[in-house]
Design a protein around this ligand. Structure first.
Ligand code: NAP
Ligand code: ZN
Ligand code: ZN
Length: 351
């Protein structure tokens, strides 16, 4: 074990402060990554604040990691020192269950190992990417294509795959009308991916304040959900609605915008239940579904797709000391569109 600098919270609602976390010595299958950038996902905030229940503290969040291979174990064949790599929300899984064998490690039947706050195979608690280095088993390391800068690639490791996977699964593409609810970190990447897949994209945002950006990301239509007319005008229109909102919304109102056999997929993860009136589903034979991140091979596919289509996140790169301010701004929906920590600002590497 050795320690590296990191930003951690001591308890629920506590600020993130400069601390250290322990990393294991790289084993034969491990890759040592020098972190360059770590995105701030709203899930980091939900977790640190305890929105999703009790956590193990101190907790260093961060599951949108982009960096460079700084070392590797003797059995590692896919990566060499100097390679550009990423790590998302998973650092391991059982690798044996039906879901893992099908490349759906995010639904591992034995419980995958999340990048932070989970019990790792060696019994230690995983610690995330707001840090200078991380050690991850080769099978859960992704390759970041040369065409993607590391800062704009980092958020793809969660925001990218979390939206790519349902957009692919529910067939977003040419001739399909897709709405993205919420234009924050996940939402803005979703617009770019859905447009690149060929879908006709509508943004449903709280106001029209970010309309110009929405069109720049590839949306043809942009509507404010604060205007009740939006729900009337778009009644029965969409084949697919992807809800990325971090707070509870009126699901019935959005279900009403689905066409025949349309699906509303929830990826937003507020702590509160989202009640549904069953008649909103019966009409038009609609579905209300959920989706969690994506598997490792699909994450690589998503990175390659984004490189091919020049899709990166729109980022505001911040110094690590500004992370608590960034959290406040994300909570206030004042993010354009993903904060990314410059890991070189995490002082005093003690490696
Ligand atoms: P984010 O950057 O904060 O974006 C959320 C957006 O939702 C905001 O920018 C805002 O967009 C809208 N919004 C916020 N509060 C709202 C409210 N009270 N009413 C209506 N709209 C509101 O967050 P994110 O990082 O994209 O994450 C979004 C959610 O997805 C979080 O709950 C996160 O935990 C979850 N998530 C789930 C997965 C998964 O695997 N399913 C993976 C990653 C994240 P507008 O300003 O455009 O309205
Ligand atoms: Zn995330
Ligand atoms: Zn498994």
């Amino acid at each position: 074990m050795y320690t590296v600098p990191a930003y951690s919270a001591a308890g629920p609602g506590e600020p993130l402060i400069l601390t250290t976390v322990e990393r294991r010595e790289p084993g034969p299958s491990d890759v040592l990554i020098e972190i360059k950038y770590a995105g701030i996902c709203h899930s980091d905030i939900h977790t640190v604040r305890g929105d999703w229940g009790a956590q193990k503290y101190p907790l260093c969040p961060g599951h949108e990691i982009a960096g460079i291979v700084a070392g590797k174990g003797s059995d590692v064949t896919r990566y060499a020192v100097g390679d550009r790599v990423g790590v998302g929300c998973l650092v391991d899984s059982c690798r044996e269950c039906a879901h893992c064998l099908a490349g759906q490690e995010q639904y591992c039947l034995n419980g995958g190992v999340g990048t932070y706050g989970y019990i790792d195979r060696d019994g230690s608690i995983t610690q995330g990417g707001y840090s200078t280095h991380v050690v991850v088993t080769e099978a859960f390391v992704l390759r970041i294509p040369d065409a993607l800068a590391l800062d704009v690639a980092a958020p793809l490791l969660c925001a990218g795959i979390t939206t790519y996977s349902p957009l692919r699964h529910w067939g977003a593409g040419a001739g399909r009308k897709v709405a993205i609810v919420g234009m924050g970190g996940l939402g803005h990447v979703a617009i770019k991916i859905a447009a690149a897949l060929g879908a006709e994209v509508t943004v449903l945002s709280q106001s029209l304040a970010k309309q110009e950006d929405g069109h720049r990301f590839g949306a043809t239509t942009y509507k404010a959900t604060s205007d009740p007319e939006t729900f009337k005008e778009l009644s029965g229109v969409f084949d697919l609605i992807l809800n990325t909102v971090s707070a509870p919304i009126d699901i019935d109102a959005y279900l009403g915008m689905l066409a025949f056999k349309g699906t509303l997929v929830n990826v937003g993860a507020p702590a509160q239940p989202l009640p549904v009136n069953v008649f909103s589903l019966l009409r038009n034979r609609r579905s209300f579904a959920g989706s969690a991140i994506g598997g490792i091979s699909e994450t690589q596919e998503m990175l390659d797709f984004c490189a091919e289509h020049a899709i990166g996140a729109e980022v505001e790169v911040i110094s690590a000391r500004d992370v608590n301010d960034a959290y406040r701004r994300v909570i206030d929906s004042d993010v354009r569109y993903r904060f990314v920590i410059d890991a070189t600002t995490i002082a005093g590497s003690s490696e």
